[in-house]
Design a protein around this ligand. Structure first.
Ligand code: KG4
Ligand code: ZN
Length: 361
């Protein structure tokens, strides 16, 4: 395997019958190495190699380790994706990769590998904004996963991940405007930091979600930061600090499993209420009829069900990304690249640089 594999695939160039555009997409912005193959809105393969176990002992993502793992995993994961899709590398029509935002050295591995490959294959290359990919992942559903852009309508989109919390007005496909973001910690960061205070293993979000299911969300009253603020921004660092002080003043909570479960449920309720209320408020204010939601935190069961209930009671249709597409994956990168290619032919340009702080505009 390795370079020999790519050369072999290139030499065995074959003509695919009934040609449909096939895209190879690569995602390495954080701690997931992912490669997907997309054809006509269908996800033919979406392989995700997670590094969670590797980073768990450090309590967070270690950039150097993440980068080394991406280097190790990218070729085998690519091979797996192509094999699963039944597509030879020579029959790929375009390559896409995440350009940013993300960890610089992690982005570097995926972006430069993708650009080099596109150059060697003489195919267009599409750099992708990670947030934008999360945003459109809400339009991908079913088995096999398929993009449903025929049902597209103007919408308000909530993107909640480990690094970002965004409210976006999507006026038309690929035309959007960010209305609000977090002024400090992201929602996922808040889940993870609170989980760490409680002593839960990394990544804390899913574990906090699991414990919260057995707890009483009204057991402890935590602040709902900026819930009535006139802006569409969020702030979660105060909530994390409130939990820190609460635990300092109530060390007895650590003695009881039930109290920890109540604490998890109460913190989760505060985060979820802010996210749901502000999302629905923006949708009503802007007059859209549809809400979409995506990003790792949308795996959260309470958030999924409460956003669902709130949208239903306001007559808003809701599309939440499939759980498997909420956390980082290359399928969303490929799906977005395909939409971009359909609107505008891709460029044979291979000099894009990583953009670790890339904003959604
Ligand atoms: O989108 P994502 O995979 O990576 C980033 O782009 O940041 O999101 C990861 C975040 C982490 O903070 C993780 O704790 C959170 O999503 N997360 C959850 C749940 N599953 C993942 N947070 C709350 N409840 C969950 N079930
Ligand atoms: Zn992400």
């Amino acid at each position: 395997m390795g370079i020999e594999y790519w050369l072999f695939q290139l030499k065995s160039r074959a003509i695919s019958p009934a040609h449909t555009m096939k895209i190879l997409a690569i995602e390495t912005s954080c701690d997931e190495t992912s490669v997907a193959v997309i054809a006509e809105g269908v996800v033919l393969a979406n392989i995700v190699s997670s590094q969670i176990k590797l980073h768990a002992e450090y309590g967070g993502v270690v950039p150097e380790l993440a980068t080394r793992e991406h280097l190790r995993n990218l070729l085998p994961v690519s091979e797996q994706a192509l094999n699963l899709a039944g597509v030879a590398i020579a029959n790929i029509d375009a390559i896409a990769a995440t350009q940013g935002p993300g960890l610089p050295s992690a982005l570097l591995v995926g972006l430069y590998a993708a650009e080099s490959l596109a150059f060697v294959l003489d195919k267009p290359f599409v750099p992708i904004n990670h947030h934008e990919a999360h945003l459109y992942s809400a339009w991908v559903t079913g088995n096999p996963l398929r993009a449903e852009f025929s049902e597209f309508q103007p919408s308000v989109s909530l993107i909640v991940s480990g690094g970002h919390t965004l409210l976006v007005l999507v006026e038309a496909e690929l035309r959007h405007r960010v209305l609000g973001g977090t002024i400090d910690d992201a929602a996922g960061e808040c889940f993870d930091k609170v989980a760490k205070l409680i002593g839960l293993p990394y990544p804390g979000g899913p574990e906090l979600d699991r414990l919260a299911q057995f707890g009483n969300p009204r057991a402890y009253a935590f602040p709902r930061p900026m819930i009535f603020d006139s802006s569409d921004d969020f702030s979660f660092s105060g909530l994390k600090t409130a939990v820190r002080y609460f635990l300092r003043d109530h060390p007895e909570v650590f003695e009881s499993r039930a109290a920890i479960q109540d604490l998890c449920a109460s913190v989760q309720a505060a985060i979820v209420e802010v996210l749901v209320k502000k999302t629905v408020r923006v949708a009503l204010r802007t007059g859209v009829k549809c809400v979409t939601a995506s990003g790792g935190v949308m795996c959260n069961s309470a958030l999924r069900s409460q956003l669902n209930a709130a949208c239903a009671s306001e007559g808003l249709s809701l599309r939440i990304a499939e759980r498997g597409l909420c956390t980082d994956n290359a399928a969303m990168v490929g799906i977005l690249a395909e939409r971009k290619l359909l609107k505008k032919n891709g460029e044979r340009r291979y000099d894009f640089e990583i953009a670790p702080g890339l904003a959604l505009v």
